[in-house]
Design a protein around this ligand. Sequence first.
Ligand code: NAD
Length: 254
Amino acid sequence: MTGQLEGKTAIVTGAARGLGKEYAIRLAGEGAAVVAGDIRNCDETVDAITSSGGRAVSIALDVTDMESCSRAAETAISSFGSIDILVNNAALYGGLASGRFETLDPEEWNRVLNVNVTGVWNCCKAVIAPMRAAKQGSIVNISSLAALYGLPYSLHYAMSKAAVIGITRSLARELGRDWIRVNSIAPSAVMTEGTDEFFGDKLERAKEVIAGNQSLKRNLEVGDLAGTVIYLASDASKFVTGQTLMVDGGTVYL
Ligand SMILES: NC(=O)c1ccc[n+]([C@@H]2O[C@H](COP(=O)([O-])OP(=O)(O)OC[C@H]3O[C@@H](n4cnc5c(N)ncnc54)[C@H](O)[C@@H]3O)[C@@H](O)[C@H]2O)c1
């Protein structure tokens, strides 16, 4: 297998299903060895990679638990010898209760903050020593169109994804001296199980409205995003850092 990520190791969080699973498979397809972590079982993701000749291991990972994040980093080093790429994809999204901002449950607000924001911080901390030692690395954070366009009735989610952009920009400035790049991707709604859960019985109407707001008038599919993750993970973007790339069919122009 030859590809743009040959010889590199990637940790992908939230890799059991949806977009994280796709990122893991596509990064492996470019030659990266992948550590697939999730609170759900990632065996299906790993089987898909290894059955096509790629290298991957699965790990039980809770991004809110610093020890769990450190174990994922140790697994990457012991299994594959380096950590070159971190894709911070794990998040609470599907299944979140929405509602007027003043009615949102404070416990759920804190849960979202903990997984979607503190989880990103934890995973960055877990990988930073080997990346610094190697004087290279690419961190790809998954934000959302919700951060830039706004998402009424889901203030907790939009807040968390805006924080991801703040983390991206601040870490890019802090880590440039170590040649570690930090970027984020902001997708519009992608058709995943998470999206089905998020919109529930309003899914079909939401799909119409979302596509209608885009320059490219169809809904985003899972396969549409991996190319941008591969670009940001690879040397093709070696002088790109601190950026947020919209993958939203042309909804917001930065
Ligand atoms: N699907 C979309 O429309 C969309 C749009 C913009 C951004 N995003 C973002 O893309 C990412 C993936 O979205 P998705 O649709 O595949 O969601 P999803 O709900 O299908 O997948 C999220 C994964 O994260 C895992 N996870 C949750 N909490 C975790 C924790 N504490 N530790 C480790 N793993 C945990 C879940 O088990 C799940 O497998 C998320 O960051 C989401 O916010 C999604």
